[in-house]
Design a protein around this ligand. Structure first.
Ligand SMILES: Cc1ncc(C[n+]2csc(CCOP(=O)(O)OP(=O)(O)O)c2C)c(N)n1
Ligand SMILES: [Mg+2]
Length: 318
């Protein structure tokens, strides 16, 4: 569906840019026909959809009998804003060369990306109920081989920002104007490779690269400040030569405003530090270390996790 009337100033700048598509067609028609954002979703609609996604993600992981529920739920509002308000994508053409890229470096949170892609129409919602089961097209971790719309296979932590930096450099070399977004975890930030990528991206002034740190203060073994202190995290990224923004990762207004700003900052890559709550919206696991990877071996466990959702008045879409 098209919402041309709600294009932002940034989009209009892009529309005036020389066409960089390899295919034919007028440049205005190309961009407008392929833009799949739904900019006119109200905040209430966004919030309602976030609650539905939490319901679906919890069900998917319970059906799979285990999975990383906490780390998926902390990203719901961020991923929803990316796909519905920020990123230019085309579900009918997942490999569109001018699409914005998303690398989910914390690949264990894949269920939230899968739900977003299914709801956007990249593949049938029916696939969701097969998460991580035999024969599925949706492995537990984000997988670009099988899943339309996944730009990078991830799961081995620490690698995504390097891949995203390469994509951003390639975009510049190809004279393409798309953005590359990369979501990293706070525990994942312990991996030294992030900081190598940070130096590389700053050295090359990759201002088409936007990192998002899911700062939910928890990692696999406990709270980040107990395992390996990250603070002062914003100062670290600044010292590495990045623009740094901070946002409430569950507040749609804040996320949208922050990411809009991130898109227009120039001269350096941007790191948006998102303050989030691991397991957000599911009281059985919210802000608890045991939210990391739940095991669901019987109906009692299923009922526990589904029953602990803050909103449950939804019908599963499969
Ligand atoms: C290289 C590597 N080491 C260890 C793991 C196992 N592992 C999966 S998730 C995780 C914790 C990640 O913590 P964080 O980045 O804070 O993500 P969150 O759990 O908050 O989603 C670990 C250690 C892995 N996937 N890759
Ligand atoms: Mg974390």
């Amino acid at each position: 569906m098209l919402y041309c009337a709600t294009f932002t100033a940034d989009d209009r700048v892009r529309l005036k840019e020389p066409s960089r598509r390899t295919g034919g067609g007028g440049r205005h028609a190309s961009f407008m026909a392929l833009d799949n954002r739904t900019m006119d979703m109200t905040k209430q609609q966004m919030e309602r959809l976030a609650a539905e996604w939490r319901y679906v993600i919890t069900d998917m992981i319970c059906r799979a009998e285990s999975g990383h529920l906490g780390g998926a739920l902390s990203l719901v509002e961020i991923v929803e804003t990316l796909y519905y308000k920020v990123m230019r994508t085309d579900p009918a053409n997942p490999k569109w060369p001018d699409r914005d890229r998303l690398v989910l470096s914390k690949g264990h949170a894949a269920p939230v990306i899968y739900v977003a892609l299914a709801y956007k129409g990249f593949f049938p919602k029916d696939w969701l109920k097969t998460l991580n089961q035999n024969g599925t097209k949706l492995p537990s971790h984000a997988d670009a081989r099988f899943v339309p719309g996944v730009d990078m296979t991830t799961g081995s932590l620490g690698q995504g920002l390097s891949a995203a930096s390469g994509m951003a450099l390639a975009a510049r070399m190809d004279k393409r104007s798309h953005k590359v977004f990369c979501i990293i975890g706070d525990g994942e930030s312990n991996e030294g490779q992030n900081w190598e990528a940070g130096m590389f991206a700053a050295h090359h002034k990759l201002d088409n690269l936007i990192g998002i740190t899911d700062y939910n203060k928890l990692q696999i073994d406990g709270f980040t400040h107990e395992i390996l202190e990250l603070e002062p995290l914003a100062d670290k990224w600044r010292a590495f030569g990045w623009h740094v923004l901070e946002m409430d990762g569950h507040n749609f207004d804040d996320i949208e405003t922050t990411l809009a700003k991130a898109k227009i900052l120039r001269g350096k890559p941007v790191m948006a530090i998102a303050h989030t709550i691991k397991g957000k919206g599911n009281k059985a696991i919210e802000n608890k270390p045991e939210s990391h990877n739940i095991k669901v071996s019987d109906k009692a466990a299923y009922d526990k996790y589904m029953g602990a959702l803050e909103q449950r008045d939804f019908t599963l879409p499969y």
